[in-house]
Design a protein around this ligand. Structure first.
Ligand SMILES: Nc1ncnc2c1ncn2[C@@H]1O[C@H](COP(=O)(O)OP(=O)(O)OP(=O)(O)O)[C@@H](O)[C@H]1O
Ligand SMILES: [Mg+2]
Length: 462
């Protein structure tokens, strides 16, 4: 599939320019200037011809004279907006028409150049318009790629590490084998557990999840196995446990590393015998559940330290799917970022075109500690804060903008006078921001002028 799309992408990104002017001499000289820049240039002597050429083959940038007989530059701009909204339009105006050109900018023109102009007066805006066009194209390409990936599975990942992982997921899903999903917090363990269920023959049957860390030890047992009426005080009526509810389907035991030892014993027995017993019950009940367990702990180490039963570990660990941390697969960041951009744009009713390349560079180089969940949160915040159609570096949290530097620490002995603490903290933060006081103030949650005042009071004019 990739082989088919690559040349198309290259074609779409080939910068092409269309110039429109009723004055043949102007048209020729502008064409010469731009061809010398190695650009692919077409020429039209009036608006209609320009539109015909555009319909034949789109252009990245159209440069048009403002005053032309018949269709004016402004009319042409409106038509281009309608038939080829991604094309950027630059207007060439005479002095007398500057106001109209400004009005044209409001209607979506990229820029205008006043006659007479020098070579670089036109080359510079053309280059910038081409960059913008390429950026939007790139965003569109990523979105298309996303749609293709999403069509198959909801799990996004094109990096070699994720491809291997997803291949394993596809391989194990159809069986009924017990799977242990491991990975740091926010790497997508639950997503994978659900994918395993939906890729199995049990997909039409229940998927029941239980988070062993979120349920108190005393209740976990009755939650898993259910109870009979009168089994304990408060058991006023019989209740099915999660095992029974997941019968014929999949039971997802999340955060299994947190399971108390006495529940581990019971779980082991169920896995060995395929039967459960409700609390206070006398009859074993046959259950058929596929077990998928997840943990962010190193279970082997937990076994070594005696916190997790070895026999249970081997029962669960028939197949391990290990999710790599996001910082080890930066190639996945652009796709994920776009996925979340789309998700939160829709949720917030915002039209978002993409992410600037500066912002994307920051996202891709950040050492994600909270993994995909952290990236998702960052993108949600960015969409909410974005003032324009693109997420820029301004909408990214300071930590992401500063890179890994923000995780630097400062050790201060207990009992240090507060004023001294404040001084060292502010100075260290300023060192990290390379003296940018506004940014430092933002990181510290204080007003910029407070920093200035304090520096002054410490006799530090830097
Ligand atoms: N590869 C991925 N593609 C798309 N979304 C993802 C991916 N990985 C994670 N997510 C999203 O990130 C969020 C966190 O994922 P999930 O809850 O599966 O992580 P987890 O490993 O179970 O985390 P925790 O250990 O904190 O429970 C979810 O909203 C999930 O949809
Ligand atoms: Mg989870």
């Amino acid at each position: 599939m990739k082989d088919q799309t690559e040349p198309l992408t290259a074609l779409a990104r080939q910068p092409s320019i269309l110039i429109v002017d009723d004055d043949a001499a102007n048209l020729a000289s502008l064409g010469k200037v731009l061809r010398r820049e190695q650009l692919d240039v077409r020429e039209a002597s009036h608006g209609r011809e320009a539109l015909d050429l555009l319909r034949e083959q789109p252009a990245s940038v159209v440069i048009t004279d403002f005053q032309m007989p018949g269709m004016s530059g402004l009319d042409l701009l409106r038509s281009i907006r309608a038939i080829s909204p991604e094309t950027e339009v630059i207007l060439i105006t005479a002095y007398g028409t500057i106001e109209m050109a400004v009005d044209a900018m409001k209607q979506g023109a990229y820029d205008f150049v006043v006659k007479p102009f020098k070579r670089h007066d036109i080359v510079r805006p053309v280059r910038r318009a081409l960059e913008k066009y390429a950026l939007i194209e790139e965003n569109r390409r990523l979105r298309n790629e996303l749609e293709r990936t999403l069509g198959v599975r909801e799990i996004i990942g094109q990096s070699p590490l994720m491809r291997d992982t997803l291949e394993l997921v596809d391989q194990v899903a159809p069986s009924s084998a017990t799977v242990l999903v491991t990975g740091e917090s926010g790497t997508g363990k639950e997503l994978v557990a659900r994918a395993i269920h939906s890729g199995s023959r049990r997909s039409g049957k229940p998927f029941v999840a239980i988070n062993c860390a979120a349920i108190p030890d005393s209740i976990l047992e009755s939650e898993l196995f259910g109870y009979e009426r009168g089994a304990f005080t408060g058991a006023v009526q019989r209740r099915e446990g999660r095992f029974e509810r997941a019968h014929t389907g999949t039971l997802f035991l999340d955060e299994i590393g947190e399971m108390a030892p006495h529940v581990q014993v019971k779980l082991l027995r169920v896995l060995q015998e395929g039967e459960i017993e409700r609390l206070g019950g006398t009859q074993p009940i046959m259950v058929d559940c596929r077990i998928v367990a997840a943990t962010n702990r190193d279970l082997a180490a937990e076994v070594r330290d005696g916190r997790f039963r070895e026999d249970l570990y081997y029962r669960l660990n028939v197949i391990t799917v290990e999710l790599p941390p996001l910082r080890d697969r930066p190639e996945d960041v652009p796709l994920l970022a776009h996925h979340f951009l789309g998700k939160y744009a829709e949720k917030n009713g915002k039209e978002m075109l993409g992410i600037t390349s500066e912002a994307m560079t920051l996202l891709a180089s950040y050492k994600w500690q909270g993994n995909v969940r952290e990236l998702e949160n960052v993108m949600e915040r960015a969409v909410v804060l974005a003032r324009g159609p693109q997420v820029t570096a301004n909408e990214l949290p300071t930590g992401v903008r500063m890179g890994s530097k923000s995780t630097r620490t400062l050790t201060i002995p207990l009992g240090t006078p507060l004023e001294e603490v404040e001084k060292r903290l502010i100075n260290e933060t300023l060192r990290i921001t390379k003296g940018d006081k506004r940014l430092a103030a933002q990181m510290l949650g204080i007003a910029t002028r407070t920093i200035y005042r304090k520096l002054e009071s410490w006799g530090d004019t830097e």
